[in-house]
Design a protein around this ligand. Sequence first.
Ligand code: NDP
Length: 330
Amino acid sequence: TQQIVLAARPKGMPDADTFRFEDIEIPDLQQGEVLLKGLYYSVDPYMRGRMNDKKSYSAPFEIDKPIFGGVVAEVEDANGTDLEKGDLVTGMLPWSKKIVSAEKKLKKIDASFAPPSYYLSILGMTGLTAYFGLIHIGKPKDGETVVVSGAAGAVGIVVGQIAKIHGCRVIGIAGSDEKIEMLKGKFGFDGGINYKTTPDMKKAIAKACPDGVDIYFDNVGGEVSDAVISNINFHARIPLCGQISLYNDTEIPTGPRVQPTMVTHSVLMQGFIVSKYSDQFPEGMAQLEEWVKEEKLKFTETIIEGFDQLPEAMLSLFSGGNTGKMVVKA
Ligand code: NDP
């Protein structure tokens, strides 16, 4: 079978030299193992961090070893497991067309009410990130104004809709007019700002948020965040979810990120990693599933066809090539 390994650690933006395709033998199944065929592969911004040789909350990928990520797969063969041929599962698995995995590393999924790929996003890691970051740190209240950056991505689309469920006014920041129209038309956002074509973001946010910003859910960091924080309200909350605008920088630019208003307005800014809430995942999943079934939460994906497109799909996260979750279908 074919797998994709990390060939070299990138400096700045990854390129063709970062990845290598290899043909490997599929090992025999041991007791308690299954043979899987990969169906959907998740590409996520955090994977860029794992390409650096720097210990973070998840260990770096190893050189010449396969890249790992969220995968939805079908069981093709099993040796002494409860899983059977044809079952669909998800897990953190290697970028390989066929995969041998221990049963205990997998979770069986129910594809009866949602497409299987949703378990990589709205019914998986990115949905839980939106849910716990907004509910536990943002603490949305009826009538408040919520701004979310990276709004048309996997996490952002869900954040905006959960804020609407809580009675908030929601403004999304994203990188194209089509994305902004979609947020307002399909996902019920009250307004949106295209950060790529807006010359004065601080002014544009002030105009879109006449009562100021009570919650800023930050997916991008950098200058977009400076502009939002300039409009922050007394006792506002800022869940720091991600900083994609900085992930390929070789040096992190410093700037007036923490502004005087943070002090005078008693603002709470808190970073988080979704796994911090792992003991509460069953509760979060149950709530997300209920909202999806009730159609209170809608979703969209960008599905790229072809296992060989995985590196390209991952890189295009950094130029806004996705709307909703970026997924590769093998
Ligand atoms: P997305 O689906 O949002 O994909 C990334 C998007 O980021 C792109 O589509 C692009 O949209 C936008 N983007 C790329 N570069 C920039 C830039 N320089 N400035 C502003 N926007 C940019 O990814 P996810 O929803 O999976 O992740 C969103 C964020 O949440 C990331 O920062 C990620 O690392 C973080 N995250 C954190 C987790 C946690 O546990 N804390 C868990 C999961 C994700 P556009 O067209 O709008 O530019």
